[in-house]
Write a protein that binds this ligand. Sequence first.
Ligand code: URA
Length: 428
Amino acid sequence: FDAVDIIAAKRDKHTLSNEQIDWVIDAYTRGVVAEEQMSALAMAIFLNGMERPEIARMAQAMIATGETLSYEGLATPDGTPLPTADKHSTGGVGDKITLPLGPLVASFGVAVPQLSGRGLGHTGGTLDKLEAIPGWRAELSDAQMRTQLSEVGAIVAAAGANLVPADKKLYALRDVTSTVDCVPLIATSIMSKKIAEGTSALVLDVKVGSGAFMKTQEKARELARTMVDLGKDAGVHTVALLTDMSTPLGLTVGNALEVRESLEVLDGAGPGDVVDLTVALATEMLAGAGITGVDVAANLTNGKAMDVWRRMIAAQGGDPDAPLPVAAHREVVYAQADGVLVELDALKVGVASWRLGAGRARKEDPVQAAAGIELHAKPGDAVRRGAPLMTLHADTSERFARALEALDGAAVIAPAGARAARESIVLE
Ligand code: URA
Protein backbone atom coordinates (compact mmCIF):
# COMPACT_ATOMS: atom_id res chain seq x y z
CA PHE A 1 0.00 0.00 0.00
CA ASP A 2 0.93 3.58 -0.48
CA ALA A 3 -0.18 6.38 1.85
CA VAL A 4 -0.54 8.82 -1.04
CA ASP A 5 -3.06 6.54 -2.82
CA ILE A 6 -5.10 6.19 0.36
CA ILE A 7 -5.14 9.95 0.95
CA ALA A 8 -6.18 10.49 -2.70
CA ALA A 9 -8.96 7.90 -2.37
CA LYS A 10 -10.48 9.65 0.64
CA ARG A 11 -9.91 13.07 -0.91
CA ASP A 12 -11.94 11.87 -3.94
CA LYS A 13 -14.73 10.57 -1.68
CA HIS A 14 -14.11 6.86 -2.21
CA THR A 15 -14.73 4.21 0.42
CA LEU A 16 -11.50 2.82 1.88
CA SER A 17 -11.09 -0.97 1.86
CA ASN A 18 -10.53 -2.96 5.04
CA GLU A 19 -6.98 -3.66 3.94
CA GLN A 20 -6.25 0.02 3.28
CA ILE A 21 -7.57 0.98 6.73
CA ASP A 22 -5.66 -1.77 8.54
CA TRP A 23 -2.45 -0.87 6.78
CA VAL A 24 -2.59 2.91 7.20
CA ILE A 25 -3.43 2.77 10.93
CA ASP A 26 -0.73 0.22 11.66
CA ALA A 27 1.89 1.94 9.48
CA TYR A 28 1.15 5.35 11.03
CA THR A 29 1.51 3.94 14.54
CA ARG A 30 4.87 2.40 13.59
CA GLY A 31 6.07 5.69 12.08
CA VAL A 32 6.06 4.39 8.47
CA VAL A 33 3.26 6.75 7.42
CA ALA A 34 4.46 10.29 8.17
CA GLU A 35 2.67 12.80 10.39
CA GLU A 36 1.99 15.08 7.39
CA GLN A 37 0.42 12.18 5.49
CA MET A 38 -1.81 11.22 8.39
CA SER A 39 -2.78 14.83 8.88
CA ALA A 40 -3.87 15.03 5.22
CA LEU A 41 -5.86 11.82 5.64
CA ALA A 42 -7.49 13.09 8.85
CA MET A 43 -8.54 16.25 7.04
CA ALA A 44 -9.92 14.23 4.10
CA ILE A 45 -11.93 12.14 6.58
CA PHE A 46 -13.04 15.32 8.33
CA LEU A 47 -14.31 16.80 5.06
CA ASN A 48 -15.67 13.69 3.32
CA GLY A 49 -16.70 11.43 6.19
CA MET A 50 -16.60 7.66 6.46
CA GLU A 51 -19.20 4.94 5.94
CA ARG A 52 -20.26 2.87 8.94
CA PRO A 53 -18.22 -0.19 7.83
CA GLU A 54 -15.12 2.01 7.42
CA ILE A 55 -15.63 3.42 10.93
CA ALA A 56 -16.01 -0.07 12.41
CA ARG A 57 -12.87 -1.27 10.68
CA MET A 58 -10.91 1.79 11.77
CA ALA A 59 -11.86 1.20 15.42
CA GLN A 60 -10.73 -2.43 15.16
CA ALA A 61 -7.49 -1.44 13.44
CA MET A 62 -6.76 1.08 16.19
CA ILE A 63 -7.41 -1.49 18.95
CA ALA A 64 -5.06 -3.91 17.18
CA THR A 65 -2.13 -1.49 17.53
CA GLY A 66 -1.89 -2.17 21.28
CA GLU A 67 -2.82 -4.46 24.14
CA THR A 68 -6.37 -5.21 25.27
CA LEU A 69 -7.41 -5.79 28.86
CA SER A 70 -10.00 -8.31 30.03
CA TYR A 71 -11.82 -8.62 33.32
CA GLU A 72 -13.19 -12.07 32.59
CA GLY A 73 -13.45 -14.01 35.84
CA LEU A 74 -13.12 -10.90 38.06
CA ALA A 75 -14.44 -11.58 41.59
CA THR A 76 -14.31 -10.12 45.09
CA PRO A 77 -11.73 -11.63 47.50
CA ASP A 78 -14.47 -13.95 48.83
CA GLY A 79 -15.24 -15.20 45.33
CA THR A 80 -18.40 -13.25 44.42
CA PRO A 81 -18.30 -12.62 40.65
CA LEU A 82 -17.96 -8.95 39.70
CA PRO A 83 -19.50 -7.70 36.47
CA THR A 84 -17.89 -4.56 34.97
CA ALA A 85 -19.44 -1.32 33.75
CA ASP A 86 -17.88 1.96 32.72
CA LYS A 87 -18.94 5.42 31.61
CA HIS A 88 -17.38 7.77 29.11
CA SER A 89 -18.20 11.42 28.68
CA THR A 90 -17.39 13.21 25.45
CA GLY A 91 -16.10 16.07 27.58
CA GLY A 92 -17.43 19.26 29.05
CA VAL A 93 -17.10 22.04 31.60
CA GLY A 94 -17.50 21.20 35.27
CA ASP A 95 -17.98 17.54 34.37
CA LYS A 96 -16.83 15.86 37.58
CA ILE A 97 -19.40 13.06 37.32
CA THR A 98 -16.85 10.24 37.22
CA LEU A 99 -15.77 11.08 40.78
CA PRO A 100 -19.06 10.26 42.56
CA LEU A 101 -20.24 7.85 39.83
CA GLY A 102 -17.54 5.15 40.03
CA PRO A 103 -17.89 4.69 43.81
CA LEU A 104 -21.70 4.82 43.58
CA VAL A 105 -21.87 2.03 40.98
CA ALA A 106 -19.21 -0.01 42.80
CA SER A 107 -21.25 0.23 46.01
CA PHE A 108 -23.81 -2.04 44.28
CA GLY A 109 -21.27 -4.77 43.51
CA VAL A 110 -20.36 -3.75 39.96
CA ALA A 111 -16.68 -3.05 39.23
CA VAL A 112 -15.85 0.19 37.40
CA PRO A 113 -12.53 -0.02 35.48
CA GLN A 114 -12.37 3.64 34.51
CA LEU A 115 -9.39 4.71 32.40
CA SER A 116 -9.40 8.49 32.12
CA GLY A 117 -7.49 11.30 30.53
CA ARG A 118 -6.17 14.73 31.32
CA GLY A 119 -7.83 17.91 30.18
CA LEU A 120 -6.91 19.67 27.00
CA GLY A 121 -8.23 23.05 25.89
CA HIS A 122 -11.28 24.28 27.78
CA THR A 123 -12.44 20.84 28.92
CA GLY A 124 -11.23 19.38 32.20
CA GLY A 125 -9.77 15.94 32.68
CA THR A 126 -10.67 13.52 35.46
CA LEU A 127 -7.03 12.70 36.27
CA ASP A 128 -6.21 16.40 36.77
CA LYS A 129 -9.12 16.65 39.21
CA LEU A 130 -8.08 13.64 41.28
CA GLU A 131 -4.46 14.79 41.30
CA ALA A 132 -5.65 17.75 43.40
CA ILE A 133 -5.90 15.22 46.25
CA PRO A 134 -2.56 15.07 48.11
CA GLY A 135 -0.71 11.82 47.35
CA TRP A 136 -3.14 10.43 44.77
CA ARG A 137 -1.52 8.86 41.72
CA ALA A 138 -3.03 7.92 38.36
CA GLU A 139 -0.53 5.25 37.31
CA LEU A 140 -1.53 1.65 38.07
CA SER A 141 -0.15 -1.52 36.53
CA ASP A 142 -2.59 -4.00 34.97
CA ALA A 143 -2.13 -6.24 38.02
CA GLN A 144 -2.77 -3.36 40.46
CA MET A 145 -5.93 -2.45 38.56
CA ARG A 146 -7.26 -5.98 38.81
CA THR A 147 -6.46 -6.21 42.53
CA GLN A 148 -8.06 -2.86 43.32
CA LEU A 149 -11.16 -3.73 41.27
CA SER A 150 -11.50 -6.95 43.20
CA GLU A 151 -10.92 -5.41 46.64
CA VAL A 152 -12.43 -1.93 46.30
CA GLY A 153 -14.59 -2.16 43.15
CA ALA A 154 -13.47 1.06 41.45
CA ILE A 155 -10.36 2.56 39.90
CA VAL A 156 -9.65 5.76 38.04
CA ALA A 157 -6.34 5.36 36.27
CA ALA A 158 -4.33 6.70 33.36
CA ALA A 159 -4.45 4.48 30.29
CA GLY A 160 -1.10 2.72 29.86
CA ALA A 161 1.15 3.63 26.92
CA ASN A 162 0.19 0.40 25.18
CA LEU A 163 -3.57 0.91 25.21
CA VAL A 164 -4.45 2.02 21.65
CA PRO A 165 -1.13 3.71 20.83
CA ALA A 166 -2.65 4.67 17.46
CA ASP A 167 -5.05 7.00 19.27
CA LYS A 168 -2.33 8.63 21.34
CA LYS A 169 -0.57 9.72 18.14
CA LEU A 170 -3.69 10.48 16.18
CA TYR A 171 -5.36 12.52 18.94
CA ALA A 172 -2.27 14.72 19.36
CA LEU A 173 -2.18 15.20 15.58
CA ARG A 174 -5.89 16.07 15.37
CA ASP A 175 -5.51 18.54 18.18
CA VAL A 176 -3.05 20.65 16.15
CA THR A 177 -4.67 20.19 12.70
CA SER A 178 -8.24 21.25 13.55
CA THR A 179 -9.61 17.77 12.92
CA VAL A 180 -11.01 17.02 16.38
CA ASP A 181 -14.75 17.58 16.04
CA CYS A 182 -15.51 14.97 13.42
CA VAL A 183 -17.90 12.06 14.12
CA PRO A 184 -15.87 9.19 12.60
CA LEU A 185 -12.66 10.38 14.29
CA ILE A 186 -14.22 11.02 17.71
CA ALA A 187 -16.20 7.77 17.64
CA THR A 188 -13.18 5.61 16.73
CA SER A 189 -10.95 7.45 19.22
CA ILE A 190 -13.30 6.98 22.16
CA MET A 191 -14.61 3.52 21.36
CA SER A 192 -11.24 1.96 20.50
CA LYS A 193 -10.06 2.87 24.01
CA LYS A 194 -13.24 1.77 25.78
CA ILE A 195 -13.37 -1.56 23.95
CA ALA A 196 -9.66 -2.21 24.60
CA GLU A 197 -10.17 -1.37 28.29
CA GLY A 198 -12.21 -4.55 28.69
CA THR A 199 -15.45 -3.34 30.27
CA SER A 200 -18.55 -5.51 29.63
CA ALA A 201 -21.05 -2.66 29.82
CA LEU A 202 -20.58 0.96 28.80
CA VAL A 203 -22.69 4.09 29.17
CA LEU A 204 -21.82 7.04 26.96
CA ASP A 205 -22.57 10.54 28.17
CA VAL A 206 -22.70 12.47 24.91
CA LYS A 207 -22.63 16.19 25.60
CA VAL A 208 -24.60 18.75 23.60
CA GLY A 209 -24.14 22.52 23.63
CA SER A 210 -21.60 25.32 23.63
CA GLY A 211 -19.19 23.55 26.00
CA ALA A 212 -19.27 20.28 24.03
CA PHE A 213 -17.64 19.09 20.81
CA MET A 214 -21.14 18.57 19.38
CA LYS A 215 -23.06 21.85 19.38
CA THR A 216 -26.44 20.49 18.20
CA GLN A 217 -28.60 17.63 19.43
CA GLU A 218 -28.72 16.22 15.89
CA LYS A 219 -24.92 16.00 15.64
CA ALA A 220 -24.67 14.55 19.14
CA ARG A 221 -27.29 11.93 18.25
CA GLU A 222 -25.27 10.91 15.18
CA LEU A 223 -22.13 10.56 17.32
CA ALA A 224 -24.03 8.60 19.99
CA ARG A 225 -25.56 6.22 17.44
CA THR A 226 -22.18 5.62 15.80
CA MET A 227 -20.49 4.85 19.13
CA VAL A 228 -23.32 2.60 20.35
CA ASP A 229 -23.06 0.60 17.11
CA LEU A 230 -19.28 0.25 17.53
CA GLY A 231 -19.71 -0.97 21.11
CA LYS A 232 -22.39 -3.49 20.21
CA ASP A 233 -20.32 -4.83 17.29
CA ALA A 234 -17.51 -5.47 19.79
CA GLY A 235 -19.81 -7.29 22.21
CA VAL A 236 -19.94 -4.47 24.78
CA HIS A 237 -23.42 -3.70 26.17
CA THR A 238 -23.52 -0.01 25.17
CA VAL A 239 -26.09 2.74 25.67
CA ALA A 240 -25.85 6.52 25.31
CA LEU A 241 -27.52 9.51 26.95
CA LEU A 242 -27.50 12.94 25.33
CA THR A 243 -26.99 15.50 28.09
CA ASP A 244 -26.89 19.26 28.29
CA MET A 245 -23.56 21.08 28.13
CA SER A 246 -24.82 24.58 27.34
CA THR A 247 -23.93 25.63 30.89
CA PRO A 248 -21.36 24.15 33.31
CA LEU A 249 -22.35 21.11 35.36
CA GLY A 250 -22.84 21.93 39.01
CA LEU A 251 -21.46 25.03 40.69
CA THR A 252 -17.71 24.49 40.31
CA VAL A 253 -15.19 24.38 37.46
CA GLY A 254 -11.55 23.61 38.25
CA ASN A 255 -9.74 20.67 39.75
CA ALA A 256 -9.80 20.98 43.57
CA LEU A 257 -13.11 22.87 43.44
CA GLU A 258 -14.69 19.97 41.54
CA VAL A 259 -13.32 17.41 44.02
CA ARG A 260 -14.91 19.41 46.82
CA GLU A 261 -18.29 19.40 45.04
CA SER A 262 -18.02 15.66 44.31
CA LEU A 263 -17.52 15.08 48.04
CA GLU A 264 -20.73 16.99 48.70
CA VAL A 265 -22.56 14.67 46.28
CA LEU A 266 -21.04 11.58 47.94
CA ASP A 267 -22.23 13.03 51.22
CA GLY A 268 -25.86 13.10 50.06
CA ALA A 269 -25.92 16.80 49.12
CA GLY A 270 -24.49 18.75 46.14
CA PRO A 271 -26.10 20.54 43.20
CA GLY A 272 -29.24 18.99 41.70
CA ASP A 273 -27.92 18.64 38.14
CA VAL A 274 -24.79 16.78 39.29
CA VAL A 275 -26.84 14.46 41.50
CA ASP A 276 -29.45 13.85 38.79
CA LEU A 277 -26.87 13.03 36.13
CA THR A 278 -24.84 10.84 38.47
CA VAL A 279 -27.94 8.83 39.38
CA ALA A 280 -29.15 8.63 35.74
CA LEU A 281 -25.77 7.31 34.53
CA ALA A 282 -25.40 4.94 37.48
CA THR A 283 -28.86 3.51 36.78
CA GLU A 284 -27.86 2.77 33.17
CA MET A 285 -24.50 1.28 34.18
CA LEU A 286 -26.13 -0.99 36.73
CA ALA A 287 -28.78 -2.05 34.20
CA GLY A 288 -26.02 -2.85 31.72
CA ALA A 289 -24.48 -5.10 34.37
CA GLY A 290 -27.84 -6.76 35.04
CA ILE A 291 -28.86 -4.88 38.21
CA THR A 292 -32.28 -3.21 38.17
CA GLY A 293 -34.90 -2.27 40.76
CA VAL A 294 -32.43 -0.88 43.32
CA ASP A 295 -32.64 2.54 45.00
CA VAL A 296 -29.59 4.06 43.32
CA ALA A 297 -29.74 7.47 45.04
CA ALA A 298 -29.93 5.83 48.48
CA ASN A 299 -26.22 4.91 48.41
CA LEU A 300 -25.33 8.60 48.13
CA THR A 301 -27.14 9.41 51.36
CA ASN A 302 -26.37 6.27 53.41
CA GLY A 303 -22.58 6.59 53.13
CA LYS A 304 -22.00 3.45 51.03
CA ALA A 305 -20.72 5.33 47.96
CA MET A 306 -18.58 7.57 50.20
CA ASP A 307 -17.05 4.49 51.79
CA VAL A 308 -15.97 3.17 48.36
CA TRP A 309 -14.62 6.62 47.47
CA ARG A 310 -12.42 6.72 50.56
CA ARG A 311 -11.04 3.26 49.90
CA MET A 312 -10.52 4.03 46.18
CA ILE A 313 -8.58 7.22 46.94
CA ALA A 314 -6.48 5.56 49.66
CA ALA A 315 -5.70 2.54 47.43
CA GLN A 316 -4.11 4.94 44.93
CA GLY A 317 -1.97 6.70 47.54
CA GLY A 318 -4.33 9.60 48.26
CA ASP A 319 -5.34 10.90 51.67
CA PRO A 320 -9.14 11.27 51.65
CA ASP A 321 -8.96 13.47 54.77
CA ALA A 322 -6.22 15.84 53.57
CA PRO A 323 -7.27 19.47 53.03
CA LEU A 324 -7.60 20.34 49.33
CA PRO A 325 -5.42 23.10 47.87
CA VAL A 326 -6.90 26.60 48.09
CA ALA A 327 -6.02 29.42 45.66
CA ALA A 328 -4.08 32.42 46.87
CA HIS A 329 -6.26 34.99 45.07
CA ARG A 330 -9.97 35.52 44.41
CA GLU A 331 -11.95 37.89 42.23
CA VAL A 332 -15.74 38.21 42.41
CA VAL A 333 -17.91 38.89 39.34
CA TYR A 334 -21.19 40.69 40.16
CA ALA A 335 -24.58 40.65 38.43
CA GLN A 336 -25.13 43.74 36.29
CA ALA A 337 -28.95 43.81 36.57
CA ASP A 338 -31.97 42.52 38.48
CA GLY A 339 -33.81 39.62 36.85
CA VAL A 340 -33.35 35.97 35.95
CA LEU A 341 -30.08 34.44 34.84
CA VAL A 342 -31.19 32.80 31.58
CA GLU A 343 -27.80 31.82 30.18
CA LEU A 344 -24.35 31.06 31.59
CA ASP A 345 -22.27 29.91 28.68
CA ALA A 346 -20.32 26.70 29.29
CA LEU A 347 -17.62 27.42 26.71
CA LYS A 348 -16.89 30.92 28.05
CA VAL A 349 -16.72 29.69 31.64
CA GLY A 350 -14.52 26.78 30.51
CA VAL A 351 -12.11 29.06 28.69
CA ALA A 352 -11.96 31.44 31.68
CA SER A 353 -11.19 28.57 34.07
CA TRP A 354 -8.52 27.32 31.69
CA ARG A 355 -6.91 30.79 31.65
CA LEU A 356 -7.00 30.89 35.45
CA GLY A 357 -4.70 27.86 35.37
CA ALA A 358 -7.14 24.94 35.72
CA GLY A 359 -6.32 23.69 32.20
CA ARG A 360 -3.28 23.42 30.02
CA ALA A 361 -2.34 24.89 26.64
CA ARG A 362 0.08 22.10 25.74
CA LYS A 363 -0.03 18.46 26.72
CA GLU A 364 3.09 18.72 28.88
CA ASP A 365 2.00 21.80 30.85
CA PRO A 366 1.15 21.40 34.56
CA VAL A 367 -2.27 22.47 35.85
CA GLN A 368 -2.92 24.49 39.00
CA ALA A 369 -5.01 22.39 41.33
CA ALA A 370 -6.70 25.27 43.14
CA ALA A 371 -7.53 27.44 40.09
CA GLY A 372 -11.07 27.64 38.73
CA ILE A 373 -14.49 29.20 39.05
CA GLU A 374 -17.22 28.89 41.63
CA LEU A 375 -20.71 29.77 40.41
CA HIS A 376 -23.19 31.44 42.75
CA ALA A 377 -26.13 31.27 40.35
CA LYS A 378 -27.26 28.91 37.59
CA PRO A 379 -29.61 29.48 34.65
CA GLY A 380 -33.13 29.79 36.01
CA ASP A 381 -32.07 31.51 39.24
CA ALA A 382 -33.30 34.99 40.17
CA VAL A 383 -30.42 37.44 40.63
CA ARG A 384 -30.11 40.96 42.00
CA ARG A 385 -27.88 43.70 40.61
CA GLY A 386 -24.65 43.78 42.57
CA ALA A 387 -25.00 40.23 43.96
CA PRO A 388 -22.04 37.87 43.36
CA LEU A 389 -22.47 35.75 40.21
CA MET A 390 -19.18 33.88 40.37
CA THR A 391 -15.85 33.81 42.17
CA LEU A 392 -12.65 33.28 40.21
CA HIS A 393 -9.78 31.47 41.94
CA ALA A 394 -6.12 31.73 40.85
CA ASP A 395 -2.67 31.26 42.31
CA THR A 396 -1.39 34.47 40.70
CA SER A 397 -3.54 37.58 40.37
CA GLU A 398 -2.34 38.58 36.90
CA ARG A 399 -4.42 35.70 35.53
CA PHE A 400 -7.71 37.47 36.28
CA ALA A 401 -7.66 39.97 33.39
CA ARG A 402 -7.63 37.38 30.59
CA ALA A 403 -10.17 35.20 32.39
CA LEU A 404 -12.53 38.16 32.77
CA GLU A 405 -12.15 38.84 29.03
CA ALA A 406 -13.26 35.27 28.29
CA LEU A 407 -16.31 35.78 30.50
CA ASP A 408 -17.51 38.78 28.50
CA GLY A 409 -21.15 38.04 27.58
CA ALA A 410 -21.14 34.68 29.39
CA ALA A 411 -23.98 35.59 31.74
CA VAL A 412 -27.28 36.79 30.25
CA ILE A 413 -29.81 38.28 32.66
CA ALA A 414 -33.41 38.77 31.46
CA PRO A 415 -36.25 40.64 33.19
CA ALA A 416 -38.04 38.82 36.04
CA GLY A 417 -40.43 36.13 34.77
CA ALA A 418 -38.11 34.94 31.97
CA ARG A 419 -37.20 31.27 31.84
CA ALA A 420 -33.92 29.54 31.12
CA ALA A 421 -33.80 27.32 28.05
CA ARG A 422 -32.65 24.18 29.87
CA GLU A 423 -35.43 22.04 31.28
CA SER A 424 -33.49 18.98 32.40
CA ILE A 425 -29.97 17.67 32.29
CA VAL A 426 -30.76 14.47 30.35
CA LEU A 427 -32.04 15.46 26.90
CA GLU A 428 -32.46 12.01 25.33
N1 URA B 1 -12.29 12.24 23.55
C1 URA B 1 -11.50 11.31 22.97
O1 URA B 1 -10.98 10.43 23.63
N2 URA B 1 -11.32 11.38 21.65
C2 URA B 1 -11.90 12.33 20.88
O2 URA B 1 -11.70 12.32 19.69
C3 URA B 1 -12.73 13.28 21.50
C4 URA B 1 -12.91 13.21 22.85
